[in-house]
Design a protein around this ligand. Sequence first.
Ligand code: HEM
Length: 414
Amino acid sequence: MSQATVSDNVWVPKEFNLLDAKIFANGHPWSLYRKMRECGRLIRHNGAGDIPDFWVATHHDDIRAVSHDTQRFTSNAGFNFPAAGKYPPPAVASAISRNIINFDPPDHTAFKQMLMPAFSPARMKALEEHTRAFVTELLDQFQPGQDVEFVRDISSVIPIRVLCDLLGIPKEDENKILAWTNLMVGVNDPEISSTPEQSLKAFMEVFAYGKWLIKKRREDPKEDLMTLVANGELGGQLLDETVLDGMCATLIAAGNETTRNAITGSILLLAEEPAALKLLADRADLTGNAVEEFLRLTTPIIHMMRTAKTDVNIAGQHISKGEHVALLYGAANHDPDIFADPERLNLERSEARKHLAFGTGIHLCIGQRVAQLEMRILLPEVIRRFKNIDILEAPRYLLSNFVSGIKKLSVRLS
Ligand code: HEM
């Protein structure tokens, strides 16, 4: 059978450009995702800057197939597509390209096992207790009828506290960590990081902070995630400095921004759909499923990337060795072959748990239980205290092609 030539390929619609953060200026472009899903399976995307033309996967089945096929796809050549195709400066690029999210087996397997004790049932139980107490203390500050900027006042506060608890970061450093993660993830948003140098500086400060904490945990181990990172070994050696830098940056950024946006996005969905708010208030038993439905509809990570290690065929499409594939999780989470009436918020949806917001396969998010725990505690507590959530101003979204984020959400809780 003759192989399709490049000119035969289906290309993404011209309105879509994964390398342009502005495409996500109003959140996920759901209608463009639909258009792409309908026009083919793996579709072609123009490269830019350092990135050659690449493939985009928008179907649930194809993202699963690529993510699970670690024989033929690697994460080693990078985990995402930088906006405008411009890689970060070498000092940042080398660290963020050497951490768990970029590793393939067997290093990845060893690395993940090393971190798993921090997510044990006993640790999760302790984290749950702390989170419950903290959420209560935080929400006690707000009275019915009060206007709040939900991101600043609530959804940015909880994940950073929980993450610092998990990692073993002292409470007094929380604000510093929060400011750094905003700058690291907001590199393409001029309102957050006015120059690329600001973002670079934040990475450097995180690396220096990580070194300080790792030294402390080597001298005086505790029961936290940073103790595992500080004292963990690969091939009989302690982790080298670049891996440690990358790990600190990944854990701090991955655990914070994502969960914050899942929480803010859930509140926005509930504010837009008072019937769903009422249903959740009346049916606490729906909380677990509702959280999965919120994760499906918010999909805080826009995409991840894989690279073909060999020529490979996915859904009838030939992908050549060395070519990159973008996994568009938002598109998969609206795939009508998996989710009936995918645009609709349905807290009772039986297939909600099939969402790919946490990825799938060996790199499945290590922090998913932490994020779910925060959402399962916070959302019912907000709903118990406030029967109405009214949007005061249109939400403002983060300019990023990687994290689907809401920067500002002003609401009245009553
Ligand atoms: C709603 C919240 C979250 C979302 C949507 C999310 C999303 C993701 C996704 C999509 C991946 C898969 C990467 C891939 O396949 O290449 C991932 C991996 C990862 N996440 Fe999360 N994440 C969240 C919360 C967290 C938290 C709370 C932590 C830390 C405590 C965390 C740490 C990580 C790490 C370390 C990895 C790499 C795992 C590996 O390579 O095996 N994430 N996350």
